[in-house]
Design a protein around this ligand. Structure first.
Ligand SMILES: CC(C)(COP(=O)(O)OP(=O)(O)OC[C@H]1O[C@@H](n2cnc3c(N)ncnc32)[C@H](O)[C@@H]1OP(=O)(O)O)[C@@H](O)C(=O)NCCC(=O)NCCS
Length: 159
């Protein structure tokens, strides 16, 4: 946990993100994913798609966390497309809160939530593990630098 995490994250609020948040979301993506940040057009597409849930976490009027999840009605699955918390605000529950809020919001329409995570991303894997996600498969060389992607999923009917 960051030394000042409790003070920094004291009062965070999770709510729907809108198109107006796009510049802040772009900055957050670049800070959280130095190797894999989505480009502007991908983020714009996520901001405009009807089947995408968008949640932001705000501290003192500043966007410090973002989650986008695609709801696939045809197989009752929600995919976490991106989840990031600014490095200055990690370790105080914001990632967990975004994930839990997304699960609550999608629960009426889906059974499973799935995501892909880098094999080396220990922090994220630990968060998903704590939130009840299980490893289901590995995609060899999934990322552009050749790293494997782990698929993890959670069955919402078991929670
Ligand atoms: C992975 C990521 C989203 C986690 O976000 P986060 O806000 O730090 O997650 P949380 O704070 O909910 O949980 C992280 C840790 O803080 C702890 N924590 C949560 N709330 C806490 C609180 N109130 N007090 C003390 N500790 C707390 C959790 O138990 C967890 O501890 P652990 O790592 O020892 O198990 C964030 O590190 C990140 O954005 N990383 C870069 C982008 C990335 O990798 N995204 C995932 C791609 S798949």
């Amino acid at each position: 946990m960051n030394t000042n995490a409790l003070a920094l994250c004291d009062l965070y609020m999770v709510s729907d993100a809108s198109l107006l948040d796009l510049p802040a979301i772009r900055r957050l993506e670049q800070a959280c994913f130095p190797k894999d940040a989505y480009d502007f057009f991908t983020l714009l597409n996520l901001a405009l798609s009807r089947n995408v849930l968008r949640l932001k976490a705000m501290v003192d009027n500043r966007l410090v966390g973002y989650l986008a999840g695609e709801v696939r009605d045809y197989d009752a699955t929600g995919w976490v497309v991106t989840l990031g918390v600014l490095p200055s605000h990690t370790g105080c529950g914001i990632g967990h809160a975004l994930l839990a809020s997304a699960e609550r919001a999608m629960k009426a329409r889906i059974t499973y939530v799935k995501l892909t995570v880098r094999r080396s991303n220990v922090q994220a894997i630990r968060l998903y593990d704590h939130c009840g996600y299980k490893w289901v498969s590995t995609i060899r060389g999934y990322y552009h630098d050749g790293e494997d992607g782990l698929i993890m999923e959670k069955n919402l009917t078991l929670t």
